[in-house]
Design a protein around this ligand. Sequence first.
Ligand code: SF4
Length: 220
Amino acid sequence: MRSTDLMMIYEVLSNHFGAQGWWPAETRFDIVVGAILTQRTIWRNAARVIKDLKREKLTTPNALANVDPDRLEALVRPAGFYRQKTQRLIELARFIVEKYGGSLERLFEGSVEDIRGVLTSLKGIGLETADSILLYAADILVFPIDTYTRRICHRLELISSEDMAYEALKELFEGGLPSDLRIYKEFRALLVRLGKTYCRPRPLCRKCPLRELCYFAQRL
Ligand code: SF4
């Protein structure tokens, strides 16, 4: 994938949708909590839970590590899969407290490989969630790959298969983009926006800002 391809796509999407301002959170720990809450649901539901957690003063690792699970389940319920997410949040918070004295900054002091290894060793944190945490909470130049990105890249014929290995697709983005955190953060958000708005499983190509660049659309 050439950097010109990626930057052209980025510019078109940015002009069309405007700044996405991801990730809308007040603290790094809010971002980490949000990355778990937003799994398999829309961001609006996760944001509602974060607001409630703030009201209940449960947005620090120490507070979440010691919370009564039943109380947390009730708060997490609007984000769906609430039992699973409650368990994951408590485990994550306890891990940060026990290993890093409750400090995310200490966790983020390690190398990218180490932080990634630590995060993905925790239940419920896969590569995409770990990389989202690295990019948005730790400000590290890592490009998370999700289903939207796979689908869009395949339809644009930037890759030959939607099933391309995670690391290989991630490296294509990282090799093709300038080393600019703002672009990484915005581009990821713009791809999600495109995937939700136009490049759905049944795409709305006629309205899509990328239609002139897209091989899939040209074959319709
Ligand atoms: S033109 Fe169609 S297939 Fe191509 S990116 Fe847009 S919505 Fe997806």
